[in-house]
Every structure is written in structure tokens, then in C-alpha cells.
Design a protein around this ligand. Sequence first.
Ligand code: SF4
Ligand code: SF4
Length: 165
Amino acid sequence: MSGASGIFKAIESGTKHLVIRRFTLRYPEQKLKFVGDGYQFDPKEGVGIAGYKGRHILYHDKCTGCQLCAIACEGIAEAIGMVKIDKTWKHNKKSIMPQIDYGKCVFCGLCVDACPFYALFMTDDYELAAYTKEHLIYTPDQLAVKVDYEGNVEIKIDDQGATHG
Ligand code: SF4
Ligand code: SF4
């Protein structure tokens, strides 16, 4: 490619981007709006329901402390540890529930698939930055809190690709 045609190519390529809508968001002022509640498991169909794989939510009233989530995670990331809880539940004789280390979790969702009691799901929450490694470890009490994720920018997908409003 000669010098002149190279310059023309560069100008053509740059000009194209003047009319293509920008996809980058001005985070944190703008956040993408997710569809659905995050990754869940559908007991009727026996398959995962597509959704964003963000921070988990743990339903204490369903968790039996069976540890199957921790066993599923063992070969993946060893991010789940079973810890003692203060509360007593009839259905959780050992009084243990999972805590998750988000410094290790790879957000695969296998723990959600493994939970036979539908006590563990994933949410749209991805804002997990912390100053220390210890703050990335979420106790059963922290996992019980569902953060309301407020996305304000809708994604639009057409044959030209993905854009946002
Ligand atoms: S989503 Fe995280 S905690 Fe669950 S199995 Fe995968 S790595 Fe482990
Ligand atoms: S979250 Fe589910 S798999 Fe994990 S200990 Fe509780 S009931 Fe068992």
C-alpha cells in the first residue's frame, strides 16, 4: 500500500466511525439495563434460565447446609466455604451456610445448578470492587441481601450490531 492510499484508508476508516453510534458507556453515570433477574435455575425444565452471572443471593429459608454448592465449586475455584451461622433453622441442622470469596469466584454458576433446594441464585450486581481481599468475602448474611441494580441505558440489538440509547 502506497503512502497516499494508506492515508486515504485511514481517513475512510475514521470517517465511518463518525456516523456509527458509540457503544462505550460513561460508567458510573450510565449503566447498562439488564433483562431479567440474573442467572437462576428452573426446577420445572431442569435447566438454567439465561441471565447475568453477577453476585449471588442466598435464601436462608431454603438453604439446608447440604454443601453441594461448595462441592461443585471445589474443582472450579474453591470460592465457597461453609461457615457457622447464628440463626437456627429446622431444615439446617448443622447451622452452616455458604460464604463466597469473590476474589476467587469465576462466576460460572455451577453452584446455582448444584443447589437442590433453589437457595442460591445469581443477580445482576457486578459492582463488587473492594480495597482489601477480605472485603471480597461475602458472609451468608451479606449474600442474603439483594442489591437493587439500577441500570439506566437500554441495549438495542439489530442487524447492524449492538447499540444503546
Ligand atoms: S459461580 Fe463462583 S462460587 Fe459458584 S461454582 Fe462458580 S466459581 Fe464457585
Ligand atoms: S446453598 Fe444450596 S447447595 Fe449450598 S448448602 Fe445451601 S442448600 Fe446446599
